[in-house]
Design a protein around this ligand. Structure first.
Ligand code: GTP
Length: 378
């Protein structure tokens, strides 16, 4: 069976790397060691043994120096360079697909460098088209206890779901500091979120969040997000204590089923449609080409050029064939009709020219002849 792939995405400091480390050790403890991939080129230390590490292929600092880039530009460029080898990466993972049940991938904390870059899309697409793939969106629970911060984070998660079109699990991390119950309640009960928002506005009355514009915006956003929440699995975990990781793994199984049932069918449909569209496009351009060639043939018939004759076989020994409908021509010698000209000998020709000359020429007047003779004698 193909291993399921979990792509861990989250804002910087949400605890992605610590989550990866805990997940890795949790799966090792269950005797199902995962295949681990690190896609963060800027990380200094990876606290888990990565099977594939982007830092082995691309040197982040050198990319910065060589291309004269800032930190985010260098991350994007490193990912671009790495994405050129993605088919090799997929082959390496495929080789292990018999022995490995899970592939887990860590991504850069600068989400936009991964999610909104071409290379991020290429990497995600490569995995998603080969293995059942799930996105785990890691949230820093204590930092999201304010309703406005929470809703901003959820909007971000929504845009990632929209971009990747993959099943998503929201992972509320750091539950050892703050339990995720409040977040789960806000996601399932709109009124609970409304009252939390009201309390928050009363507490922060002076900082502008209480304005009518903000509260009506947050209200309408939370209504819109209800549909988004219905697509998600939500779990609370602590990467420190290991709490909630079994629940996380069953959420992955759940999403893998969903992937096979819905996303894979949808992907296959999109791929099939792409193929059909491509075939149609090819057929259309072939038709166009054939039409163009036909037109060209016709044009060639209308406008003859010297080269058209060069290749023609010369069956007439250099003699021009007369068109049947060619208008009657006046021949110098009427008996030359029917191309008899070649049959005459030089002596014949001489005699016939002489005869024609005698017929047409006039004798000069004696008066003129006398004048010429007098002129010559002078
Ligand atoms: N209390 C508590 N702290 C945690 C937990 N997980 C991570 N942390 C802390 O959160 C901070 C950030 O953790 P990282 O794992 O480095 O976060 P990250 O998202 O990988 O960060 P970037 O690599 O910068 O994107 C560290 O100080 C961790 O010790 C947790 O479950 N509980």
């Amino acid at each position: 069976m193909a291993p399921s792939t979990v792509i861990c995405i989250g804002m910087a400091g949400s605890g992605k790397t610590t989550f990866m480390q805990r997940l890795n050790s949790h799966l090792h403890a269950k005797k199902t060691p995962p295949y681990v991939i690190n896609l963060d080129p800027a990380v200094l230390k990876v606290p888990f043994g990565a099977n594939i590490d982007i830092r082995d292929s691309v040197k982040y600092k050198k990319v910065m120096e060589e291309y004269n880039l800032g930190p985010n530009g260098a991350i994007v460029t490193s990912l671009n360079l790495f994405s050129t080898k993605i088919d090799q990466v997929i082959k390496l993972v495929e080789k292990r697909s018999e022995s490995v049940q899970n592939v887990i991938i860590d991504t850069p904390g600068q989400i936009e460098c991964f999610i909104w870059s071409a290379s991020g899309a290429i990497i995600t697409e490569a995995f998603a088209s080969t293995f059942p793939t799930v996105v785990a969106y890691i949230v820093d629970t204590p930092r999201n206890s304010s309703p406005t911060t929470f809703i901003s984070n959820m909007l971000y998660a929504c845009s990632i779901l929209y971009k990747t079109k993959l099943p998503m699990i929201i992972v509320f991390n750091k539950t050892d500091v703050k339990k995720a119950d409040f977040a789960k309640e806000w996601m399932s009960d709109f009124e609970a979120f409304q009252s939390a928002l009201k309390n928050d506005q009363e507490l922060n009355g002076e900082d502008g969040t209480s304005s009518g514009y903000m509260s009506s915006l947050v209200n309408s956003m939370s209504l819109m997000l209800e549909e988004f929440y219905s697509q998600l699995d939500v779990v609370g975990v602590s990467s420190y204590t290991g709490e909630g990781f079994d629940e996380f793994l069953s959420a992955v199984d759940n999403k893998v089923d969903e992937y096979n049932e819905y996303y894979k069918a949808e992907r296959d449909r999109i791929l099939k449609k792409k193929e059909e569209d491509e075939k149609k496009r090819q057929a259309k351009s072939l038709n166009k080409l054939m039409k163009d060639m036909d037109l060209k043939d016709k044009q060639n018939k209308d406008t003859e050029v010297l080269s058209d004759y060069e290749d023609e076989e010369d069956d007439n020994n250099g003699e021009v064939v007369r068109d049947e409908d060619e208008p009657e021509r006046e021949y110098t010698f009427p008996e030359d009709r029917n191309s008899e000209v070649n049959e005459h000998t030089d002596a014949d020709l001489q005699a016939r020219y002489q005869a024609a000359f005698d017929q047409t020429s006039k004798s000069a007047s004696t008066d003129t002849a006398e004048k010429i003779a007098a002129y010559i004698r002078r």
